[in-house]
Design a protein around this ligand. Sequence first.
Ligand code: HEC
Ligand code: HEC
Length: 355
Amino acid sequence: MFNSRIRKAAVATALGLVFGTAAAANPGVTLGRAATPAEIHAWNIDVRPDFQGLPDGHGSVAEGEKLWEAKCASCHGDFADSNSVFPPLVGAFQATAKEMKEGVVPALGKGGGTSIEKLSSLSTLFDYIHRAMPWTAPLSLSWNDTYALVAYLMNLANVVPSNYVLTRDNVQAVQDKLPNRNGMIRLTGMWPGNEFGKQPGPDTHNVECMRHCAPKPVIQTTIPEYAVDASGNLADQNRAWGPIRGQVTLSKAAKEALAKKEAMAASDPNAKVMDLLKAKGCLACHSTGSNTVVGPGYEAIAKKYGGKAGEIAVLETHIMKGVSGIWGSIPMPPQSVSEADAKLIATWVVGGAKH
Ligand code: HEC
Ligand code: HEC
């Protein structure tokens, strides 16, 4: 209905341009038509930093906790500190009492902080949650729900106590306690009267180069070294939602440490055997301890054969050809491992199955 109304308005406009006389003088006047209050209402859903646009409402921390568990915890964790779908919203970082008093969290400049520490306008949280969350059902929350969820997050961030009830009347008081309320960076010309004071207005005065131009720049984003692993190594994380997966986001130091660990593991025969057991599916039936899964645990096998070097060849054959009747009624089918690998594993077992 909305679309067809726009279309009708467009047709009316086109006719107006053909037949109207005012249109010739100032075509802008007759372009389209005034939006109806209902249309404006449907579009006008933002909440501004001064809370203009935030409807009346109320929600307690306790109500927020219940809603959170039902609608948000599956992705963000019970305490909004999960890193599995999105980096922690709260909890991984706590602003100090001094920072909360001054309203600036300096650690943010070094890549620390969670969403709540970064937040400088509480309105953003209202606006974002109401319009975009839950991820699978945006715009499904009532304003009271949103008040309650904001209250809950504020409580998790230690900004309000657990018996707090957030209302339209006290949002400003909570805003005045946000850890990073004074920390917004205004270094760009987007802000008239910015810190540098040199750029009076937006920095959009570039003129396109026509002659003797420098090579066309490649525009790309990079994460500075100090912040690259702020959320751990994305390549190790299996995110169920969102488009980004799998980039290696380790700092240089962490990459070097990992390479060192891998090099050490490569020269460690026990680690090599563990890799083999995993790769060949042995651990589906054998634990590394003494408990039986389908077959006996490797510690139990080691106890039986440990120190008897003569048994290496026997075990090697049993692994490759299969074996039955030694440990119980369930047989082990032949395993597809090379002779060299079977020998390595058998030697490891007889050596005590250390891991
Ligand atoms: C199905 C998974 C899922 C559920 C459920 C979910 N979220 Fe989210 N949430 C996400 C993802 C993914 C993002 C990041 C979205 C993006 O950056 O585009 C996100 C981002 C956010 C952010 C912004 C954080 C930031 O720093 O930008 C807030 C706040 C948030 N969610 C709150 C909630 C609340 C409140 C609920 C429950 C009503 C909820 N989420 C439910 C997946 C989910
Ligand atoms: C489908 C389950 C299963 C898988 C997979 C499996 N095993 Fe076994 N394994 C068993 C069972 C059952 C026994 C006990 C057989 C018996 O009683 O003789 C056993 C026994 C053994 C023994 C002791 C043999 C002896 O002579 O006492 C070794 C060593 C062993 N397995 C190694 C391996 C290795 C190495 C792999 C992977 C390459 C592997 N197993 C995969 C089920 C399995």
